[in-house]
Structures are given as structure tokens and as C-alpha cells.
Design a binder for this molecule. Structure first.
Ligand code: NDP
Length: 376
């Protein structure tokens, strides 16, 4: 198959495909977009655990992590999580399927699955240590899966699960927020116009928080339309100066990283339990560059020293946020979506024949919501 250039006919044509095999976009090595390869020779995953669920994929979405994983980011740790016994084998993870969200239909279930039956329309975030959703079928466990919102198409639904699960983990587990505590809270989201930002903003508004976001000037209409109370244009000059007259915040959710910590930490209420949560962490970069043990140790020391410094200097808690699978939480989000409180933000949609173009779009940056691939 041609790297990154399969024709629509080649991608969709199933004539002559061997039984038991499926169509998928895979990589056989890490690299740039050219490593993406379409094939019809990937074995359909098998139900081999009693809690497994097999989903026929209708739509998948891409996250910045897919672009990074294509280039090898996180390879060491993710491989250990996939299969601890083959971690020394340099090629065991290939062919690797990317794609971190799925909306589709259940086609088969393990014998202990109680909440789903074949024919159910479902959505889920696919963990980075599992084979992804840029394929005809994906296999997940019951805990990871949720019934899709009835009011959304598959394409719309595929734009939400990974950013929703990450936002939950960051805002609730690391940020200490919950639906009941939000009405009294002021939250700042940096990078409010991307996948995480547009979702986290809507969730916090649905829970009653006051939300300020930073974004580019041309994204102001988008984030205001999603409910942002205050919008700060980071391209218009020093962000901290633009915000110095504002009341201080209870939580900062940082989607940007870089030097954000240097100025945003001072915007939190001191000595009142305020939290700075960043999603941009050096954890996987460290394990890639230093090895699993040294990388984990180094990341732990970095986190500890930043946390200590933030507490002593600013009186705030410093935390790292990470994606975590959570089907039951997606059930809650499904209700908010069907109640019209959270909207899907699909910026671009690509057919399955154009997965490399979808990756290219994501690599350009400046996301305004999500990029989705219609798989079937
Ligand atoms: P996206 O690429 O969808 O969005 C990033 C957004 O930030 C874009 O809209 C971009 O628009 C905007 N932006 C860029 N620079 C700035 C800036 N200085 N100030 C304000 N806005 C800015 O990414 P996601 O929302 O999906 O993810 C956000 C980050 O979180 C990524 O770094 C991702 O890798 C990380 N992440 C980490 C996870 C974890 O488990 N730790 C899980 C998921 C995501 P523009 O450039 O036009 O302003």
C-alpha cells in the first residue's frame, strides 16, 4: 500500500478482502506523515476477555497525541503498558493503529458485559496503549464505553470522548472541582479554543463556574458562543498585564505549557486551596529520552519541586493532569449533551481515504475544536 496516499477506492473497496481482516490506517515505524499506511490486512480483534466489547467504528477523531505518537512520543512507556513482556523488543508494537476517539455500533460482547448489547450506539475514548480507532473495528472493555448521546451524529459524537475524559481527570481529580462546588468558583483556561479548551469551558459552564479563557483574537466569537464569561486575547500583548485587574482564580487549567506557569501562577488566590493544573507535562518525553526508570524518577522530582515551590511562594497547589479512561463519566456527559448544555465543536471532517490529510491539518496547529475522520 502507498504510504499516505491510498485512493478512496483502495480505502473503501472491500472486494477480495480476506475474511477476518479489516481495513485500517497503521504505522510500521515512527516518523512523519509518510509512515501512515492504509491496509486491509489487519486481523479483526477478538473478544478474549469476558468484559470486552467490539465496536464497528463509524467515526474517529484525532488529538495532538496522535501526531506525537506517530513520531514516537511516549513509545517506551506505552509499550510497557501494552505488553510488559515485549518491552525490550524494538518492533513489537507495529503495525500500530492511531486514533483516540470512537463513535460506532456494538457488534459483539464478552459474556460478562451487562450494560451493552450488539446494535447499541456507543462512544468511547481509546486509551493510547490500545490499538486505535482509525480502523473498521476497535475492541475496548465495558468500563471504557458509554451509550452515545442520541442527539448527535457519529461524527459529532467522535469529537468529544478523549477531551471529555482528559478534562474530567484534570478538573475533578487534579483540580478538585465538581458539579456542586463549581457555582462559587472562578476558573481560567489557557488555550480555550482547542479540543480540550472548548470542551472544558462548556463543562464548567454547565456546572455553573465563572470561566475566563485565553485564545487568539479570531477565536473570541467561538469561545463566547460556548459560554466564556471573559476572553483574553493572548496575541494582543502581555496576558498577565491584561488580567491584573481581574479577581483572582480558584483553578487554572493550562493547555498551553511553555512559560504559562511563570505568569499564571500569580493569578491564583493564595492560601485558599487554589490549584494550578497543567496538561502539558514532560512525563512521556522524559521516559522516552532517559528510559523508563530514570525518566519516571526525573518527572517525579520535577513535579515534587514545582509543587513545593508553588506552595511556598504562591500558596497554591501545583498538579499535572492526565487522560484517564472513564465510561461512566461519559454517561454523565451524554446527558449534558442531550440536554443541549454541551455542543460538539467539529472544525474539520475528513473521509477515511484522507487520514494523512487529517493528520496534516492537525499538525498545522491553531485548532478551533476537533478534527474528525468518518470511517464508515
Ligand atoms: P489543540 O491543538 O486542540 O488546541 C490547542 C489550542 O491552543 C489551539 O486552539 C491554539 O490556537 C491555542 N493556543 C496556542 N498557543 C496559545 C497560547 N499561547 N495561548 C492561548 N491559546 C493558545 O490541543 P488540545 O486542546 O487537544 O490539547 C491541549 C494540550 O493538552 C496539548 O498540548 C495536548 O498535548 C495536551 N494534552 C495532554 C493530555 C494529558 O494526558 N496530559 C491529554 C490531552 C491533551 P492558536 O494557536 O490559533 O491560538
Amino acid at each position: 500500500a502507498a504510504a499516505g496516499s491510498a485512493s478512496a477506492r483502495a480505502v473503501h473497496g472491500s472486494a477480495g478482502r480476506q475474511q477476518g481482516y479489516m481495513s485500517a490506517w497503521v504505522i510500521d515505524q515512527y516518523g512523519t506523515n509518510g509512515v501512515l499506511r492504509h491496509t486491509e490486512e489487519i486481523p479483526i480483534p477478538e473478544i478474549n476477555s469476558s468484559s470486552d466489547i467490539m465496536i464497528k467504528v463509524n467515526a474517529a477523531s484525532l488529538n495532538p497525541l496522535d501526531v506525537s505518537m506517530r513520531a514516537g512520543y511516549g513509545a517506551k512507556l506505552l509499550k510497557l503498558r501494552r505488553d510488559p513482556f515485549t518491552v525490550m523488543d524494538s518492533e513489537s508494537e507495529f503495525p500500530l493503529i492511531l486514533g483516540r476517539d470512537v463513535s460506532g455500533v456494538v457488534v459483539d460482547c464478552g459474556r460478562d458485559v451487562t450494560h451493552f448489547t450488539p446494535g447499541d450506539e456507543v462512544w468511547a475514548a481509546v486509551s493510547p496503549w490500545k490499538q486505535g480507532s482509525l480502523a473498521e473495528y476497535v475492541k475496548l472493555t465495558e468500563y471504557e464505553v458509554s451509550h452515545k448521546p442520541k442527539t448527535l451524529s457519529h461524527v459529532e459524537a467522535a469529537s468529544i470522548p478523549y477531551v471529555a475524559s482528559t478534562s474530567l481527570s484534570a478538573l475533578v481529580n487534579a483540580g478538585g472541582l465538581c458539579r456542586d462546588s463549581c457555582p462559587n468558583k472562578r476558573v481560567l483556561i489557557t488555550g480555550g479554543s482547542g479540543g480540550i479548551g472548548t470542551f472544558a469551558l462548556q463543562l464548567l459552564k454547565a456546572w455553573g463556574a465563572h470561566v475566563t479563557v485565553t485564545c487568539s483574537q479570531n477565536a473570541e466569537g467561538l469561545v463566547r458562543g460556548l459560554g466564556a464569561d471573559e476572553v483574553v486575547d493572548y496575541t494582543a500583548g502581555n496576558v498577565a498585564e491584561q488580567m491584573e485587574e481581574m479577581e483572582k482564580f480558584d483553578v487554572v487549567l493550562d493547555n498551553v505549557g511553555g512559560n504559562t506557569e511563570e505568569w499564571a501562577m500569580d493569578l491564583l488566590k493564595p492560601w485558599s486551596g487554589a490549584k494550578y493544573v497543567t496538561l502539558v507535562t514532560p512525563f512521556l518525553f522524559n521516559t522516552d529520552s532517559m528510559g523508563l526508570l530514570d525518566g519516571t524518577l526525573n518527572a517525579g522530582l520535577t513535579l515534587q519541586s514545582k509543587a513545593a515551590q508553588s506552595f511556598v511562594s504562591n500558596g497554591v497547589f501545583y498538579r499535572w493532569g492526565f487522560y484517564a479512561p472513564d465510561g461512566p463519566f461519559l454517561d454523565t456527559i451524554s446527558l449534558l449533551v442531550d440536554a443541549g448544555k454541551i455542543l460538539p465543536v467539529v472544525e474539520a471532517q475528513f473521509p477515511f481515504s484522507q487520514v494523512p490529510q487529517a493528520f496534516h491539518k492537525l499538525e498545522q496547529g491553531h485548532a478551533r475544536g476537533k478534527t474528525v475522520v468518518k470511517v464508515s
